[in-house]
Design a protein around this ligand. Structure first.
Ligand SMILES: Nc1ncnc2c1ncn2[C@@H]1O[C@H](COP(=O)(O)OP(=O)(O)OP(=O)(O)O)[C@@H](O)[C@H]1O
Length: 787
């Protein structure tokens, strides 16, 4: 532990000497002074008066900088920390544009191709309009409240989403000048009905994209195409809006924003807002005497460890919120803390509770109240408390397992900290390679961000449906193709052949009777969802995506719904139904699959000395073959049962590396298959650090000799049809990614491999063979030659 001064609560936690070794790092994040700028000269005085009345005397510098860029017609992404005032940065130019006297800047970015020749390109002076997009209805409602609270006479703000009553929709279209909606609504309603929105679109000055880091993976790729469709329709009405994006801090925000919008976007990422001091500790639970798969040591679970820490903090009257990833985990941390208190301080057990989605609203409000009044000293919660719930000023936050992104981590940690007192945050590592890496590499958390928001606008499975939708909005012309990217050229003849579009001299037309908007499945994973039905009562509990049904609701799977557990009796794939029975097993289940991979086309490759890195299209065949049962509290393996499910194929993108035959000969009698397999597992665990994905979004295959390359090959592929940009990001940042992979393996103190480094929870081969030292040897041959 670096020798830095620790604040009292941490010292108290460490009073038990056996615990000290579990802290791998303490970071004292110093307070930061805010840096102010002057209000832009163009902002209307009445707006500034309202802001002053709300306690905002001057903008922070990053707010002024972003606002100036947007006002000058330059699309911009504001990528600064939680609560750094991103809203004000876009509200300044946006609310100004609603003024009748608002000047109209010449756009700096090239106009999208105007589809209809002769339609005026000139921008109409005077009162403009603003379109605000958020990923959720809740956030839009929140923003609507904030805009209305300013009580500006000219602002006619309204949400337009699935909850907007039919009879209000007409008013919104005709009269609102600040419309808050979401990408789904844009896709299904606003763009198809663009002629009814012509008055609004003609005057559209700004498109605000809030929480832009949420548009990632396949969903992000869909949104990227919806935005291109919006730009094309706007051009039809002579508008060329400026895009203003707000995002959590990420690596390369401008690149992600450009991919999302198809425009040149400038990033403003120097956070000049003030911040209170905080102490951040990284905590790694110890290895236990229990043995898991292949006799590997099992680490104490993050939930068990967090329960103990929570109990100790409650005893010290340190008000603490523990964030836990799953609902069951949140319950188990609260229960564990209560049990620990029963022994040490039984009078305090009533001061600990759990909080998660699925509780009744009254119950949740009551918990929030007790937290604010400090009757409740320890609360274990899922991220249900992460957004939109006004709870802050706690003494400490425990983050139980890496929450997936830095944005979530800071959001959660930000709940701690009261005036004049340093906040304490503790990240407790789970038993997996990414968490292991992070608690041993604090710079990945506290240094420059390495995680990028990743999406792939060129995914043909995503683009095809949007080309059809676009053609239905306005016939597609040659001039539109550049907007939709290089894949559009290849795809159009195919859509014509399949009878989706018709080619006429003037362009491509949608002439079918059905609705093209049903072709794109924005948030789902495709296919008919599987319904989960309780056998005894016929009650529908929920649905599972078709693509994940084999792994989550196979026969014998434990299925959790609102804290109740069920066991799947049968999965009927023909009828898309899983029948379940209520049960209370003390284990959880994990499906195991086997995978084959074939290279369809190599798109790029780079020599790494004699080794080589590749990126391209592959076809992956999966088959779920078995499932395992593990005890919930300890993670201990209880057994494995075979399953009989059909194979599924997936055409997607992959990154892969090969070692030359000579390099392999030089390795002596290494267990090549085990070494490659171990390197593959760890690299899958680490990719989420660089690309905003989950380890479940990607997969891998490794072999000592692959039939398509004839060489030792390790593949990592996107687990979504057509690819989602994760593998591509791996290719682009391969050196840093594979270096982190090697470091994570090297940092783990186990002897021959465990879930913290090279074992994977979803390995179809039961984590066999695996060779930890061998993986380090392979990476040691690969990495020094990386360019
Ligand atoms: N220039 C300023 N001076 C003082 N307070 C400000 C200033 N700008 C914003 N604030 C206040 O800071 C708080 C956070 O602002 P806001 O919610 O816009 O942040 P954000 O960056 O959008 O947050 P998130 O990361 O949650 O999206 C609000 O209470 C807001 O009123």
């Amino acid at each position: 532990m670096p020798g830095q001064r620790s604040p009292a609560p941490l010292d108290r936690l460490l009073a038990d000497p056996t615990r000290r070794g579990r802290i791998t790092h303490v970071q004292n994040v110093p307070a930061r002074q805010g840096r102010r700028a002057a209000w832009p000269s163009w902002a209307p005085p009445e707006l500034l008066e309202r802001l002053a009345a709300a306690g905002i005397e001057a903008p922070w510098r990053h707010q002024a900088e972003a606002a100036e860029l947007a006002h000058a017609g330059r699309s911009v992404i504001i990528a600064t920390g939680t609560a750094s005032g991103k809203s004000l940065a876009y509200l300044l130019p946006a609310l100004t544009a609603l003024h009748p006297s608002a000047p109209v800047p010449a756009p700096r970015t090239p106009d999208p191709p105007a589809t209809v020749a002769g339609e005026g390109r000139a921008r109409i002076a005077g009162e403009g309009t603003v379109l605000y997009l958020s990923p959720t209805k809740a956030l839009a409602a929140d923003q609507l409240r904030a805009v209305r609270a300013l009580k500006l006479p000219r602002v006619r703000a309204a949400t337009y989403d699935g909850d907007t009553p039919r009879d209000e929709r007409g008013w919104v279209r005709q009269h609102a000048n600040y419309v808050l909606t979401n990408p789904d609504m844009l896709h299904r309603s606003l763009l198809p009905g663009h002629s009814r929105w012509s008055g609004f679109l003609r005057r559209l000055r700004y498109v605000i994209i809030d929480e832009a880091h949420g548009y990632r993976g396949v969903f992000g790729s869909h949104v990227a195409q919806i935005i291109r469709r919006l730009r094309r329709v706007c051009a039809r009405y002579g508008a060329s809006p400026t895009f203003v994006l707000a995002s959590a801090t990420t690596s390369e925000p401008a690149t992600a924003a450009s991919r999302l919008t198809g425009l040149d976007v400038t990033a403003v990422d120097d956070d000049t807002s003030p911040r209170g001091p905080a102490t951040f500790a990284l905590w790694e639970p110890p290895l236990t005497d229990l043995r898991g798969e292949q006799g590997a040591p099992v680490r104490r679970t993050a939930t068990a460890e967090a329960a103990d820490i929570l109990a100790d903090l409650v005893v010290e009257d340190v008000q603490t919120l523990a964030f836990v990833r799953s609902r069951r985990g949140a319950e188990s941390v609260a229960l564990g803390a209560k049990r620990a208190l029963e022994e040490s301080a039984p009078e305090l057990t009533g001061q600990v509770a759990a909080y998660r989605a699925g509780y009744l609203p009254e119950e949740r409000r009551a918990l929030e109240r007790s937290l604010r009044s400090r009757e409740l000293v320890g609360l274990a919660s899922t991220n249900a408390l992460e957004l939109g719930v006004d709870v802050s000023g706690l003494d400490a936050v425990l983050v139980c397992g890496w929450p997936g992104t830095r944005a979530s981590l800071w959001q959660q940690a930000g709940r701690a900290g009261r005036a004049g007192q340093s906040a304490l945050a503790v990240l407790v590592a789970r038993d997996d390679p990414l968490d292991t890496y992070l608690v041993h590499h604090p710079e990945a958390i506290f240094g420059t961000p390495v995680e990028a928001t990743v999406l792939d606008p060129d995914n043909p499975y995503v683009l095809g449906p949007h080309l059809c939708a676009a053609a239905a909005e306005l016939p597609l012309t040659d001039a539109d193709l550049a907007l939709f990217g290089p894949t559009a050229d290849d795809l159009l003849p195919d859509l014509v052949r399949r009878g989706m579009l018709r080619r006429r001299p003037a362009g491509w037309y949608w002439t079918r009777r059905d609705n093209p908007y049903d072709l794109a499945d924005l948030r789902g994973a495709g296919g008919t969802p599987v319904q989960v039905v309780e056998l005894a009562t016929g009650r529908l509990l929920g649905t599972v995506d078709e693509s994940s049904a084999h792994t989550t609701v196979h026969d014998g799977a434990v299925y959790i719904h609102q804290g109740e557990s069920f066991i799947v009796q049968t999965l009927d794939l023909d009828d898309s139904v899983a029948l379940v029975e209520a049960a209370a097993p003390d284990y959880s289940t994990t499906a195991r699959d086997v995978t084959d991979i074939r290279i369809v086309e190599e798109l790029r490759s780079t020599p790494w000395g004699e080794a080589r890195l590749h990126y391209g299209t592959v076809e992956v065949t999966h088959q779920v073959v078995a499932y395992q049962m593990r005890r919930v509290q300890t993670g201990e393996m209880l057994g494995e049962k075979p399953l009989d499910l059909p194979p599924r194929t997936l055409r997607t993108r992959a990154v892969w590396w090969t070692l030359s035959a000579d390099q392999v000969d030089g390795l002596g009698d290494l267990d090549l298959a085990g070494a490659a397999h171990a390197a593959e597992h760890a690299s899958i665990g680490l990719l989420p650090l660089f690309a905003t994905c989950d380890r479940w979004d990607i997969g891998g295959v490794s072999t000592a000799v692959h039939p398509d390359t004839g060489l030792l090959t390790v593949f990592v592929y996107d687990g979504h049809e057509g690819g989602a940009g994760f593998a591509e990001r791996g290719y682009r940042d391969a050196r840093a990614w594979l270096t982190a992979t090697r470091d994570a393996i090297a940092a783990c103190e186990c002897d021959t491999g465990c879930p913290s480094c090279i074992q994977s929870p979803k390995c179809g081969n039961g984590n066999d063979p695996l060779d930890k030292q061998g993986a380090l040897t392979l990476l040691a041959h690969l990495l020094p030659q990386a360019p």
